[in-house]
Design a protein around this ligand. Structure first.
Ligand code: HEM
Length: 516
């Protein structure tokens, strides 16, 4: 019997349609239902899977309602900032899961399990990122395995204490510039009402531009402005991503994003090439992050005689972009909530000022003095506990994995809800939602009784590489502000913490400054 080409083509089409259809059905229905059954058998609870959207509509609706009006002036911020997680944990208890579209996400609040997740970085990697955000920056934060280990080793030297000491004058210069602007705004009585939030955002942007690029600071600032524009475009694209296929269309925001990416790359390539030439010529190295990165990279290549042991120019570019995203909004978030809380708790503001004046008088704060500020450190920790700039961390399960008594199947995501853990009454006591820096008077491990219940910078081998950098920057800024001003909340301040990647004040942070 002869089989015609047409018959073969039709059969192939039928088989392909059946295979594609089966895969699609598996992805959007069979697999989610299988995973749901598996999670329920483990004693985990959550909403039943809803076709394609999971809990997405409920999440968006709750976020919208929470954001609609400010809250009362209290530090019990979980219901507003993290409405859906709060709802899930209240309804289903601490062994709960949620649906992000077709993917289930298990919430892990137990400090022992959190510790295990932080330490086993290969068993609990980060989930794949949305392609739109990949264009913004990749770098260390998104790598896994050997690539992560290589980059972490090469970047570590840029953040050691000796290098931070060298960067301290830069921190001072940027903070002092901001304070000079505030002084210029004072009335003849020496007071001024202002929203400090944009100033603090500019401050951390200025610090990261100067510390990352040194003498190329102005070009660095231009690059960071472009990155900021790119981040806004990415958000626009991300929000419209529920229109099928939209993210593949060559729309105006897409074109602009690509244009910016090319501009940044050319500009950074120019700066990096110049640095590498200077290094090869044996000239003195730079003390900025980029210089240290190039030096560390070149040393690795020389020591091992193999170019693959170092980073490519593209890798260095990605790390520079990441410094901006990882280091800017996080530190301004820490600073703004510190100012808000010290405005609301004048006794702590006074105790911090007394300490700063005892250590530095009216002199410029130095490294040793800043490292020994006890009250200011306790305050910053308490701010990071109540208002963590990053409110939760995501991980994924790629193969069946045991976690405590749970067996989690591949395809499940994990979420460590930092904000909820930091406000947990079982872990922190009845005053968990109250500002009480005293709890950190004997350090973090006494306050947490050795448990992983305080992790504003993450934990384990992937702990934030910039934590000492940001704490030093924050201490410099707080010390200078306390030396020159007293401050209280303005009656126009509306308390409305919310997240746009980091935890921010929705309507700004209006305070009244008094010159001391
Ligand atoms: C208050 C300020 C900061 C906070 C709260 C913060 C928070 C965090 C957190 C929670 C992580 C872990 C993410 C995860 O495990 O998924 C992280 C990682 C990271 N942070 Fe920070 N960060 C801050 C400042 C900075 C600064 C100033 C820089 C650099 C200039 C920086 C660079 C990084 C990098 C590169 C990583 C990835 C580390 C790795 O994966 O090995 N961060 N940060």
């Amino acid at each position: 019997m002869e089989i015609s080409l047409a018959t073969i083509a039709i059969c192939t089409c039928i088989v392909a349609t059946v295979v594609l259809g089966w895969n699609a059905l598996n992805r959007v229905w069979l697999r989610p239902k299988r995973l749901e059954r598996h999670l329920r058998e483990q004693g985990l609870q959550g909403n039943s899977y809803r076709f394609l959207i999971g809990d997405t509509n409920q999440i968006l609706q709750m976020q919208k309602e929470a954001k609609a009006k400010p809250m009362r002036l209290s530090d019990d911020i979980v219901p507003r900032v993290s409405a859906f997680h709060h709802h899930t944990i209240n309804k289903y208890g601490k062994n709960a899961f949620q649906w992000l579209g077709t993917r289930p996400r298990v919430l892990i609040k137990d400090p022992e399990l959190i510790k295990e997740i932080f330490n086993k970085i290969n068993d609990f990697p980060k989930p794949p990122r949305n392609p739109v955000f990949k264009l913004l920056a990749s770098g260390l934060v998104s790598y896994e395995g050997e690539k992560w280990a290589k980059h972490r080793k090469l970047i570590n030297p840029a953040f050691n204490l000796e290098k931070l000491k060298i960067m301290l004058p830069i921190f001072f210069q940027s903070c002092n510039d901001m304070i000079s602007k505030w002084e210029a705004m004072l009335s003849s009585e020496g007071t001024c009402e202002m929203d400090v939030w944009p100033f603090l955002q500019n401050l951390t942007c200025d610090v990261i531009s100067r510390t990352a690029f040194g003498s190329n600071y102005e070009e660095g600032q231009r690059i960071f402005q472009l990155l900021r524009e790119q981040a806004l475009l990415a958000m626009e694209i991300f929000l419209r991503a529920n229109i099928p296929g939209w993210r593949f269309l060559p729309s105006k925001p897409h074109r602009r994003m690509k244009e910016i990416a090319r501009d940044i790359e050319t500009s950074l390539k120019g700066i990096i090439n110049k640095r590498e030439k200077t290094l090869k010529a044996g000239e003195a190295t730079m003390s900025d992050l980029l210089g240290i990165l190039c030096e560390s990279n070149q040393k690795e290549i020389q020591d091992h005689g193999n170019k693959n042991d170092g980073m490519s120019i593209r890798d260095v570019i990605e790390e520079c972009k990441l410094f901006y995203f990882a280091g800017q909004e996080t530190t301004s978030s820490l600073l703004v909530w510190t100012i808000v809380l010290l405005s609301r708790y004048p006794d702590w503001q006074q105790r911090a000022r007394e300490e700063v004046l005892r250590v530095f008088g009216n002199e410029t704060p130095d490294f040793d003095g800043l490292s020994h500020l006890k009250i200011v450190t306790m305050i910053l920790y308490e701010v990071l506990r109540l208002y963590p700039p990053v409110i939760g961390l995501a991980r994924t399960i790629q193969r069946n994995m045991k976690l405590g008594n749970l067996i989690l199947p591949a395809g499940v995501d994990i979420f460590l809800p930092t904000l909820q853990v930091h406000h947990d009454h079982g872990l922190w006591g009845d005053d968990a939602d109250e500002f009480n820096p005293e709890r950190f008077s004997e350090g973090v491990s006494k306050a947490t009784k050795g448990q992983v219940s305080f992790f504003p910078f993450g934990g384990g081998p992937r702990i934030c590489i910039g934590q000492n950098f940001s704490m030093l920057e924050a201490k410099m800024a707080v010390a200078l502000i306390l030396q020159r001003f007293s401050f209280k909340l303005s009656p126009t301040y509306a308390h409305a913490p919310y997240t746009v990647v980091t935890l921010q004040p929705q309507y700004g942070a209006q305070v009244i400054l008094h010159k001391l």
